[in-house]
Design a protein around this ligand. Sequence first.
Ligand code: 5RP
Length: 222
Amino acid sequence: MNPEDKKRIAAEAAIDYVKPDSIIGVGTGSTVNYFIDSLAAKMGGQVKAAVSSSEASSERLRGHGIRVVDLNEIGKLDLYVDGADESNAQLQLIKGGGGALTREKIVAAASDQFVCIADDSKLVDVLGAFPLPVEVIPMARELVAGALRALGGDPRLRDGIITDNGNQILDLHGLEISDALDLETRINQIAGVVCVGLFAHRPADVLILGTDDGVRICHPAA
Ligand code: 5RP
């Protein structure tokens, strides 16, 4: 099965987690695009509204006639569905390949259940082969880059990208992340960091993988 079909079947399987008449959190990326399309096709008018993690997803949701609401109006969500760039067996994630990490982390934090959808190439033994995105306030970029180098990584500016929040992204190369909780805490403490795309303190609750043999549902390893 090709990678696109694997993303699609994972996204379609996530529809089982959506309750009729609910407001759901929706992430960003090519896998989530399949989810949004499937949500519209299978549940259409039954979804009350969505809280979106990016302008791109908001536009796609609205294009299907799904209302997009502000998180401040809702407070808490039952369900968040989003993709990932990498997951380990504990369902700690690297996210932000699409640049939406900050709003994704906010919506994940507001949600009781986080269902992650991906093709099976995203499941790894050790996080870090995918460069770790860090959203930074532009005036602090070099300050943050220096602090990230001190942690052993090689930060590189994502050229020509301004996030939905008006910030820049440093992609941190060359790390083998053995203690994701500790690294997330350390990077969060650097002045000028808006958000790091490491989802260890709030990992996914369920990972739905598209594989050659169909869908595989994973829960966090003990
Ligand atoms: C966007 C993300 C995406 O979820 C991640 O990049 C995966 O994207 P895709 O589904 O296109 O592989 O974190 O910021």
